[in-house]
Each structure stands twice: as structure tokens, then as C-alpha cells.
Design a protein around this ligand. Structure first.
Ligand SMILES: Cc1ncc(COP(=O)(O)O)c(C=O)c1O
Length: 437
């Protein structure tokens, strides 16, 4: 064996943490079984990719810089090709998008354009984690990218019960009290009010208002993550975002263009309008502090990637609702297909249950047997279907008898095939545990 220079114990503890291995593990399983139908991947549907679109969008944004903003040819080139503004160059278009699609008015100066929403999470958690007494609350089950980002900055995550309303407010209040009673500081609570990943659950309007009131009473920040909000189920009305209802600057809003425009562009953003008093007596938005951190992580988000997103926004008068009509229809159709397909295969009132999300990419199926990585391997190898064990979205290592199905990267025919295979696996597992089907 080759000699080793380091052991993982010499490195930051996060690198040996299951949260950081989760996405790699799931990708590796998928690569290992390329023939399997994947109801695991929460990626956008690839048939929608248009390889000519990035160049077109780039050109649209270039013309915007020249014609709308009055930049000279040299300034246009510098904007696109040189190192750039840390907070980004499409902030004004993102602000317009939020006004058009979310009826949300934000000062563009409170926006930081990031390398995907993932970087936005990291910047926010890095900024909020001031010392060893700080902890983050997060509605469970929790997107593993958030848990992983918290690990990177040594910020412990305390779960808050989600439940059918998206967040159990009594539990949130109890967790805040518990944390404070332990002499710790809750720095915020991570929530996904729209079609959450992985639970598929959404919050109603009243619940959002109550959550905002609780946040104000407890002086708690809410970190709202909203990558799926534009994909309601057919016939479902969208509900205003927390940020659109936030009159007290309690909400830090995370956005992503991965599902609405192009995942490969790797562009997301954060709206952070909280006022921060500096040590020099000046007051400015939290976004300015996040930008300082960003300047030491990615310097600035690729202006070329931002231009692609900017051009896509401009092509639809900054409305992503308008830009994603085709995607919305396909994802809604697939979600309906998935839910109907489950009902066709598993009897009502039986041991297999699932939720019926109001939108988004994900459905959670609950079963009366253990659902772990070993079962996933077996499912892929012997049954030819991939899904995600829900245990990946809980931080406590507890056994979870549920799995997440995704509808985004498949066709209705693949959903049918995948569900047939899943039903075969479930039937064999039920027989093994002696449960009636
Ligand atoms: C809930 C949630 N937040 C954030 C992200 C990451 O977004 P991005 O690709 O913009 O980094 C994802 C990606 O799947 C997600 O599901």
C-alpha cells in the first residue's frame, strides 16, 4: 500500500461527516446502475435543455448592457470578461423578477448573486455563526445541502418538527426556548414553505403569517429557501413567499435559477436586507457583509454565467413564471402521474402511504420496513429502480421508514416503469416482514 501523508482525522471534521457524503453517495449509486430508472434525481428534465440558448441569452444581456444601461463597447466587454462586482451584475434584473413574479419589492443593493443557491447558504451560515454558542434551527426533514453547509462552519443544526403544515410552530417555539435555556443562541430557522425538498409539504398563507409573527416575537431570523415555488400542481394557486409577507426584515431569502433556467449556469442569490451596524458606526444591509465573505470564497459569480441568466430573464420581461410555462406543465403532469400511479399500485388504507404535494418535484412514500442505503443498493441491482432514502434528510442517524420519489427528470412512461419496479420491491419486503400488502 502507498504510504499516507494525512489521515482524515487531521482534516476539518466536516469532511468525514455523513452529510457531506450524501450527494456523492447517491450519485455513485446512480452511476453504478445506469440501467435503473431513477426516481431519485431531483434534477431538471434534460429534454428541455437547448444548447443554443446560452449564447442567445449572452447576446441579449450584452445588448441590454449597451442599449438599456448605456455602456460603451469597452465597458460591455469589461463587465462580461473581467473580474467583476462582488455582489453581482444581474441584481437589478433579479429585483425586477421578484417584483414581477413574487410581488416582492427589494432594493437591488440587498441582493448578492451567488454560485448557485448552495453558496448563498454557505455565506449566510458563515455570517450568522459568530461563536460556539450559536446554533441553527431547521425544519426536518432538511435539505442535505443546508446541513452540509452548516457543518462547514461548525454550526450545529437542531431539528424542528415539520408536520403536515410545513412547520410545527409549537415545536419551533419549544426549540427556541430549549436552546436559550441551554445558554445557546438560535441564529435562525431554515424553512422551505413551497413544495419542500424532500417532504413535498407546503405552508398555507395563515401558517406563513403565524410563522412570521413567531419569528418577530422570538427575534428569530427565518432563512427561506425557494427553488421550487414556480412549480405548483395543476389547479393549485401559488401562495406569497414569506419574504413577500415580511414587513419586519425577519426573512433572509434564498433563490436559485437551477430549476427555472439552467442548472449548469450555477447561479443563485440571496436577498439579505437586514440592517447591520458596523464597528465603524455605519449601517448597511447584511448583503454587504455576505459580500465580504463571498469575496474570499468565489471572488464574484462568473459574469458569463450571470449574463446567461440575465439574458433569460430579459427574454421574458423578467418573468420566470412566463419563462417556465412548459416546465410547470410537465412537472405538474408528472406529479399527478406519480400520485395516481402510487394509488393504482398500493391499496388505500394499506401499509404503504404517501403524501399528495401541492407542487414541486418530490413525493414521500412511507413503508413498514427499514429503508436504508443497503435497500437502495438492492433496489437498484435487483429491481432496477432508484429512489432516495429519507434517512439522508435527518441528521440524527435514526432509522426512517420512508423514501423520496422525484418526478423531475423522468417521463410518464419512466414513472410507470419505475413504480412497477418499486411495487415489486415493496411487495417482497412486505412479505419478508410479514405485513399484508
Ligand atoms: C432545497 C434546495 N435548496 C437549494 C438547492 C441548490 O440549488 P443550486 O443548484 O442553485 O445551488 C437545491 C438543489 O437541489 C435544493 O433542492
Amino acid at each position: 500500500m502507498e504510504p499516507v501523508e494525512l489521515t482524515v482525522a487531521d482534516l476539518h471534521p466536516s469532511v468525514d461527516d455523513p452529510a457531506l457524503n450524501s450527494m456523492n453517495f447517491l450519485n455513485e449509486v446512480a452511476q453504478h446502475y445506469p440501467e435503473a430508472v431513477s426516481l431519485a434525481a431531483g434534477r431538471p428534465y434534460e429534454e428541455f435543455f437547448d444548447s443554443a440558448a446560452p449564447a442567445r441569452h449572452l447576446d441579449t444581456f450584452r445588448r441590454h448592457l449597451a442599449d438599456d444601461l448605456g455602456l460603451s463597447p469597452a465597458q460591455v466587454d469589461r463587465t462580461l470578461l473581467q473580474y467583476g462586482r462582488t455582489k453581482g451584475i444581474v441584481h437589478h434584473l433579479i429585483a425586477r423578477n421578484l417584483a414581477v413574479d413574487e410581488q416582492l419589492t427589494v432594493d437591488p443593493e440587498t441582493i448578492v448573486v451567488t454560485v448557485g443557491c448552495q453558496e448563498a447558504m454557505f455565506l449566510v451560515l458563515r455570517a450568522l455563526r459568530a461563536g460556539p454558542r450559536d446554533v441553527l434551527l431547521a425544519v426536518a426533514p432538511t435539505y442535505v445541502g443546508l446541513t452540509g453547509a452548516a457543518r462547514l462552519v461548525d454550526l450545529p443544526v437542531r431539528p424542528v418538527a415539520g408536520g403536515p403544515d410545513g412547520v410545527d410552530l409549537a415545536d419551533l417555539r419549544a426549540q427556541v426556548c430549549r436552546v436559550r435555556a441551554e445558554g445557546l443562541r438560535p441564529r435562525g430557522c431554515y424553512v422551505m414553505p413551497d413544495f419542500a425538498n424532500p417532504s413535498g409539504v407546503s405552508m398555507g398563507l395563515d401558517q406563513r403569517r403565524r410563522l412570521l409573527d413567531l419569528a418577530a416575537e422570538e427575534e428569530l431570523l427565518l432563512i427561506e429557501d425557494n427553488p421550487y415555488g414556480l412549480f405548483p400542481a395543476a389547479g393549485t394557486e401559488r401562495v406569497p413567499t414569506l419574504k413577500a409577507l415580511d414587513t419586519r426584515r425577519r426573512v433572509v431569502y434564498l433563490g436559485s435559477f437551477a430549476k427555472t433556467v439552467l442548472p449548469g449556469a450555477r447561479v443563485g442569490y440571496v436577498v439579505a436586507d437586514q440592517r447591520v451596524a458596523g464597528s465603524d458606526g455605519t449601517v448597511g444591509p447584511l448583503a454587504d457583509q455576505l459580500a465580504k465573505i463571498k469575496s474570499m470564497v468565489t471572488v464574484n459569480t462568473s459574469p458569463i454565467a450571470q449574463a446567461v441568466i440575465g439574458g433569460a430573464l430579459l427574454a421574458h420581461d423578467c418573468s420566470l413564471v412566463a419563462a417556465t410555462a412548459r416546465e410547470r406543465a410537465a412537472y405538474a403532469r408528472n406529479l399527478r402521474h406519480m400520485v395516481d400511479g402510487l394509488a393504482a399500485r398500493f391499496p388505500a388504507g394499506g401499509p404503504v402511504r404517501w403524501n399528495v404535494p401541492a407542487g414541486g418535484f418530490f413525493v414521500v412514500v412511507t413503508v413498514p420496513f427499514a429503508v436504508d442505503d443497503a435497500l437502495l443498493h438492492r433496489s437498484a441491482r435487483s429491481y432496477g429502480v432508484l429512489w432516495t432514502p429519507m434517512a439522508h434528510f435527518y441528521d440524527d442517524g435514526a432509522r426512517v421508514r420512508a423514501l423520496r420519489l422525484s418526478v423531475s427528470a423522468v417521463t410518464p412512461a419512466q414513472i410507470e416503469l419505475g413504480l412497477d419496479r418499486l411495487a415489486a420491491l415493496v411487495s417482497d419486503e412486505l412479505a419478508a416482514v410479514g405485513s399484508p400488502a
